[in-house]
Design a protein around this ligand. Sequence first.
Ligand SMILES: C[S@@+](CC[C@H](N)C(=O)[O-])C[C@H]1O[C@@H](n2cnc3c(N)ncnc32)[C@H](O)[C@@H]1O
Length: 280
Amino acid sequence: MSNSNVKKFYNKNTNKFLRFGKNAGTKVIHQPLWGEGVKTLEEALHFSHYLILKHIKEKNAKVVLDLGCGVGASVFYLNKNYKKECDFYGVSISEEQIKIAKDSFNNIKNCHFFAANFEKLPGEIPKADIAYAIEAFVHGTDAEAFFEQVAGKLKPGGRLILIDDMLTQKGASGKISQTQVRQLQAYRSGWMIGNLYTINQLNNLAENMNLKIIENKNLTSLMHLGRFRDKMIGLMVFLAGRWMDASPYWKNMKGGYSKQALLKTGLLEYQYIVFKKNNS
Ligand SMILES: C[S@@+](CC[C@H](N)C(=O)[O-])C[C@H]1O[C@@H](n2cnc3c(N)ncnc32)[C@H](O)[C@@H]1O
């Protein structure tokens, strides 16, 4: 997996995700989460934003950084719902996504977007109170560089929130079946996964960069796995799995189907992790 493949993929397929994905007009490119009190798809798509907004409010944030911001949907939601003065910065490796974000945010002066790699953040971005990455960290290729860059952009006491797939101890154990080996392989290549770690491994990497895990929660049970659409994709994988590999878009769908199986069998977890930057 390389950053340039990820860039190419999102440059080419973002419009398809926005057009054909079920996003209730929110333009988010992530998993809906059916947490407590959530009734509609729109609310489920914003659930990860509720989790982040809580930290923004607690820290009385003046600067917030979205790492892997897609077309800016999370920035849009957070900016609208955090009623205080705050500058939001979004970074995506896809120039196409940044173009869409900039077009949509034309008149919103406190939201700034950069086409850049989060493993090498632009110097213009100031230090943030809160940084977050929703379903973006896994696409990276150098987790150490990611944590180093983010730690460098956080104020002392600042927080980093990751919402993403993590490997479980069982998934990392190597004691898995041949089918599961194939599922992991399809997931890694279809979803362009470079960073797949257990929480313990992440903790070790982050600690070296002065970041400490202060909270984490397994959100897998809030996903609706095995919907009708997923069953249809499963049928396609069964009938035409090899053919799907020829198109990065369909290979991604196939990878998503394998991801579901890995979540169901406990080899992966969809995690919410909060890191705090040391004060010194
Ligand atoms: C699944 S999308 C999630 C988008 C957005 N966070 C959301 O929830 O709508 C993954 C995002 O990560 C971005 N991304 C992946 N690798 C990146 C990297 N190395 N640097 C910056 N952005 C990256 C992609 O361009 C894309 O915007």
